[in-house]
Design a protein. Structure first.
Length: 306
């Protein structure tokens, strides 16, 4: 009987001890673990409400990074990469970029403008194309981020491309100096390289358009037309300030008159059309398409695009 009474007292004592000491101690620790301590957090409190532009930036950034399929977004891969870089750095006023917006083929040129006006509050129209159902424009990339939902949900817009810039390699060494041409060292190797040293024709009457950095008016070349398609350049600037376009034109149609026929092109009778679509900064996709659009109006013409 005494043993039962001692056991009962022990149980009661243990229960009282657990209730008054152990449970309160656990509660205090749990409460402390959920308490926010400003000294433990050095982050700035940023407004991430739905109306916050920063919230829109970072929300769209994570979505862009999550795209793995090419057909999941109307933005092409180069444009997505550009926008992700902008949103990750949270730039308020990034530099404008050039894009090409492609529409449904059935849409008229006038309706394309109406669609753009319904999506963007500000942009610079460069070209409303004829040969493709698209518009070449300059725009602040922030607008592409902020209006991504409108673009994705607009059935009239099929794709948005970032106009790529194709740059030329260049020499940066200071010790490169021009030297006199040694005829014994520089043979007309390109003719034999392509098997064109004994062709039965010389290209007489054939028109070839060269979309490049322009063509210098060299005496070896017969240029019948000049055009400039580079944005923000004078339309009367047809010259080649890089040398690439002239080099290409010489291989195609140089008649060799400046070297007594020694250094002639493959088809010296060819008539050249100079389509300057680039400069020392490179060639833009949008400017190349502009050049091709005009050249498409010519009859029986071969187009060479770098």
């Amino acid at each position: 009987m005494r043993q039962i009474k001692k056991l009962t007292n022990l149980i009661i004592f243990t229960f009282i001890l657990f209730t008054y000491f152990v449970i309160p101690f656990i509660g205090i620790q749990l409460n402390n673990s959920n308490t926010y301590n400003p000294s433990d957090n050095n982050e700035i409190n940023i407004d991430l409400s739905p109306s916050s532009s920063i919230a829109q930036f970072y929300s769209y950034s994570s979505e862009l990074e999550g795209y793995t399929g090419k057909d999941k977004s109307k933005y092409d891969i180069y444009l997505k990469e550009c926008l992700v870089n902008i949103t990750n750095s949270a730039q308020d006023n990034p530099t404008n970029i050039k894009i090409i917006v492609h529409f449904k083929d059935s849409l008229s040129k006038e309706d394309r403008i109406k669609v753009l006006d319904s999506v963007f509050i500000d942009y610079k129209l460069i070209t409303n194309y004829d040969i493709i159902s698209g518009i070449y424009l300059e725009i602040n990339p922030n607008l592409l981020v902020e209006n991504s939902r409108l673009i994705e949900n607009n059935v009239a817009i099929t794709k948005v491309y970032k106009s790529k810039n194709y740059q030329y390699p260049s020499f940066q060494e200071d010790n490169l100096q021009p030297s006199a041409l040694d005829e014994d060292l520089y043979s007309n190797w390109w003719l034999s390289a392509v098997g064109a040293e004994d062709l039965p024709y010389d290209g007489s009457g054939v028109k070839v358009a060269v979309i490049d950095t322009g063509i210098y008016p060299h005496s070896d070349l017969t240029i019948i037309n000049n055009s400039n398609f580079v944005l923000n350049e004078s339309i009367s600037n047809f010259n080649d300030d890089v040398g690439h376009g002239t080099h290409v034109a010489g291989i195609i149609a140089g008649d060799g008159s400046g070297s007594s026929g020694k250094y002639r092109g493959i088809a010296p009778g060819t008539l050249l059309i100079n389509a300057r679509a680039g400069n020392a900064s490179g060639l833009q996709d949008g400017d190349i398409i502009k050049a091709m659009e005009l050249l498409s109006t010519y009859n029986k013409i071969t187009v060479y695009s770098v």
